[in-house]
Design a binder for this molecule. Structure first.
Ligand SMILES: C=CC1=C(C)c2cc3[nH]c(cc4nc(cc5[nH]c(cc1n2)c(C)c5CCC(=O)O)C(CCC(=O)O)=C4C)c(C)c3C=C
Ligand SMILES: [Fe+2]
Length: 419
């Protein structure tokens, strides 16, 4: 993503020394102190973290409270979990509201690095917030289950079926949706466990997916992400500074229904990549499939990654420089009546399929004020004529209404449950 945080500054001397000592050295020193005071293993870890500043990766914190939920415009994190829940039979509106209240309190504590309040696992005890975000959404079925059908947004109408879909319904949809992202694997997993703990007796997981992105500091300077096809991905995303960014991504204050003010709609697609086939394709052909260069992400015929895509350019033979079925041409707002979305994905790799192929690809998540003016028209077109399609399988799908952020003292979705 272009809004990747600045690279971590050089670590303070204390951390450098600890790195030189290595984990065993650091633990050994703290362990001695614990032996003297009779501290527990968890206490020992706390004693160490209290005296040593965190790196910037650990100390990065996103606010839970605000006009929009975190995890939409926040820079991509290195680790992600997506989980959908269905309410347990007999759960009423009051119990569902209580769950959202518990989830909001959990998220606020964990995102501020106060894991001990909410995390029953002790997994994240000695870590900082690590850019943790938790984002909550509602699926269409929730509104019927809770007798709130009149509050269901028209934008939550089921996505159309696309000809190339091969959807597993047991890993699709869901009444409640939680997106978790963090720059540390244990912090992310601790949040997932805390979310589950708070849901016990009210909601049961329907599906869960785990993904990743590059770790902050992995590249010499901040860069857009690369996906598992090796492409620079995210370049032409709308930017929060753009004039029409809010209009495209967030439901306006006077939007419909009123409880979605400041919210957004998340389309989630588990897209498997046929990597064995893709990697056999010569790079020049791969570049024509996307319409951008592999090495630096520049559009074909352009200089750098940020050079505007010129869809009118012709080569010496009079053919389009960016092929007619290139992914960037078929998906661009220019060729889709301005339809746009904010793509904020995680890659995934879940081992091997029975035929030996990698079960790997993209947890494609896109955000928009209205899926009928974002994902749907673009995917319709990609489904028909995208050169990338033969290398992809859409295997799971979900559409969720993600309410605006909670003000201090409020919980996510309060305007729906109590409005
Ligand atoms: C329906 C929307 C889209 C799906 C599904 C999708 C899947 C998908 N895309 C890539 C790789 C790249 N996509 C790129 C650009 C791009 N993709 C979409 C939409 C969907 N992609 C849009 C709207 C755009 C921007 C087009 C533009 O305005 O130029 C790129 C190029 C770099 C970039 O701008 O991000 C790549 C690479 C994969 C691998 C994939 C499914 C697995
Ligand atoms: Fe794309």
């Amino acid at each position: 993503m272009p809004d990747t945080p600045e690279p971590a500054p050089a670590p303070p001397a204390a951390i450098s020394r600890r790195r030189l000592l290595g984990t065993a050295g650091a633990t050994g020193a703290a362990g001695l102190a614990a032996g003297a005071t009779g501290g527990t293993l968890f206490g020992t870890a706390h004693a160490g973290s209290g005296t040593t500043p965190l790196t910037s990766v650990g100390s990065t914190a996103h606010p839970f409270h605000g006009p929009h939920q975190a995890g939409i415009t926040s820079p991509l994190q290195a680790h992600g979990h997506l989980i959908a829940y269905d309410l347990d039979p007999g759960t009423d509106r009051r119990a569902a509201a209580a769950l959202l209240r518990r989830w909001s309190a959990t998220a606020a504590a964990l995102m501020a690095g106060r894991g001990e309040e909410a995390d029953g696992t002790h997994m994240s005890l000695d870590a900082g917030p690590c850019a943790l975000t938790l984002t909550f959404g509602f699926g269409a079925a929730l509104f019927d289950t809770l007798g709130l059908t009149d509050q269901r947004p028209t934008a939550l109408a089921p996505l159309p079926e696309f000809s190339n879909d091969a959807l597993d319904r047991s890993r699709s949809d869901g009444e409640l949706f939680v997106q978790i992202g963090a720059d540390d694997a244990l912090v992310a997993l601790a949040a997932l466990r805390a979310v589950r703990r708070a849901a016990l007796g009210t909601a049961t997981p329907r599906w869960q997916m785990t993904g990743f992105n590059r770790t902050p500091g992995a590249t010499a300077h901040p860069m857009s992400q690369r996906n598992l096809m090796g492409q620079i991905d995210g370049t032409n995303n709308p930017l929060p500074g753009d004039d029409d960014f809010d209009r495209r991504i967030f439901v306006p204050a006077d939007g419909d229904p009123p409880w979605m003010a400041g919210g957004s709609y998340a389309v989630v697609r588990r897209i498997r990549m046929l990597l064995d086939t893709w990697e056999d394709l010569p790079v020049a052909d791969q570049e024509r499939v996307i319409g951008r260069r592999k090495a630096d992400g520049a559009p074909l015929g352009g200089d750098t990654e940020t050079t505007p895509v010129d869809l009118t350019a012709l080569d010496d033979a009079g053919n389009p420089v960016i092929p007619v079925n290139a992914h960037v041409r078929v998906s661009s707002p220019e060729t889709n009546d301005g339809a746009a979305m904010l793509r904020r994905p995680f890659s995934y790799q879940d081992g091997l399929l029975p035929d030996g192929a990698p079960d790997a690809g993209l947890l494609f998540i896109c955000w928009q004020a209205d899926p009928l003016r974002g994902f749907v028209p673009v995917q319709r077109k990609l489904d028909r004529g995208d050169a990338l399609s033969p290398f992809l399988r859409h295997e799971a799908s979900g559409l969720f209404a993600v309410p605006g952020g909670a003000a201090e003292g409020e919980y996510v979705g309060q305007a729906l449950f109590e409005g």
